[in-house]
Design a protein around this ligand. Structure first.
Ligand SMILES: O=C(O)CCC(=O)C(=O)O
Ligand SMILES: [Fe+2]
Length: 332
């Protein structure tokens, strides 16, 4: 049984096989000569105070200027990634029918996505499949005869430690109470998204994942060595080169709001691979539905809102416009 979703048939049934080329999202890609900041996390724990301060400064500057950075020496053993990617591959290798049919729990009806059934233009279509797991759901998985649950739980524990450290450091610089993230890090509303990207026969106008910002506080991404992630900086799309042993961290909308716009939740997208498949694993640190997001200083750039309100507004906007309007809706 084939594991690949029927992207081509689906895409052609919506748009036909020859569609007008769109110019709505610039294809400019600059990959050479620009390097994402790399933060060595061992400097936070092993170094002298001056080294630690320098490291914090680098991270804060990266969050302000890029909204993206890579972290190395994060202390997560290589085997943890190897095991997680093995389970990830096994999940996507199941037959397409099984993936569509599978319901892991009542609250996860939309846990498996492929393509985009609501796309009204080719540029809104993602040539990828994704599996969302909220951390609360992990415990409800059965682990009969496979290691999926155990591996995900182990992976999350490791990545959460790194995420917590980064959130606290970044929060500290923008007046966020040091206890703030302790509560969030019960992690029940954070989630993991496994992404699988497929080569696309329709050319470079179709994305692996459409341009978007993340709704999270931060997102921590592990990716294989294929590449394709791009971020927008000064109006240009820049490729994020995979770097073995590094995790990619990006600021999401919640941290942009909490920091009064100091940290940047930057648009990013994925270009489909040419003739191989690509896997990535994104861990989204999110508040609880009721958590109120508000900068604690003055003047405030955004009005106070709850995470639930933000998500509901985004869902309405996506339905009506095909895109999330995002934080500009909450400007004062
Ligand atoms: O796969 C990637 O490189 C990026 C994934 C991503 O942006 C997301 O899942 O929100
Ligand atoms: Fe993203």
């Amino acid at each position: 049984m084939a594991s690949r979703p029927p992207f081509e048939t689906h895409f052609s049934s919506i748009f036909g096989s020859s569609f007008p080329r769109s110019t709505s999202d610039e294809p400019t890609v600059q990959t050479s000569g620009i390097k994402l900041p790399v933060i060595d996390l061992s400097h936070l724990t092993n170094g002298e105070e001056v080294t630690r301060k320098r490291c914090v400064k680098q991270m804060v500057e990266a969050a302000k200027e890029w909204g993206f950075f890579q972290v190395v020496n994060h202390g997560i053993p290589k085997e943890v990634f190897e095991m997680m990617f093995r389970e990830d591959k096994k999940f996507f290798d199941r037959s397409f029918n099984e993936k569509v049919r599978e319901k892991f729990s009542d609250s996860s009806k939309h846990c498996y996505r492929w393509g985009n059934p609501n796309a009204t233009s080719p540029t809104q279509y993602s040539f990828s499949e994704a599996f969302h797991i909220t951390l609360a759901e992990i415990l409800s998985f059965s682990d009969e005869g496979n290691n999926f649950r155990r591996t995900v739980a182990m992976y999350v524990q490791e990545v959460a430690r790194v995420a917590h450290m980064i959130c606290e450091i970044l929060g500290n610089q923008v007046k966020v109470n040091s206890k703030y993230f302790e509560n969030i890090f019960a992690l029940q509303n954070s989630f993991l998204r496994l992404n699988k990207y497929h080569p696309c026969v329709f050319g470079s106008q179709v994305f692996g994942l459409v341009p978007h910002t993340d709704t999270s506080f931060i997102t921590i991404l592990a990716q294989d060595q294929i590449g394709g992630l791009e971020l927008k900086k000064n109006g240009q799309w820049i490729g994020v080169k995979p770097c073995s042993d590094a995790l990619t961290v990006n600021i999401g909308d919640m941290f942009q709001a909490l920091s009064n716009g100091v940290y940047q939740s930057v648009r990013h997208r994925v270009i489909p691979p040419a003739n191989v498949e690509r896997l990535s694993i994104a861990f989204f640190i999110c508040p609880y539905q009721e958590t109120e997001i508000e900068f604690s200083g003055n003047p405030k750039k955004y009005r106070r809102f709850s995470f639930r309100e933000y998500k509901e507004q985004s869902e309405r906007d996506v339905k009506e416009t095909g895109d999330k309007v995002g934080l500009s809706r909450f400007l004062i």
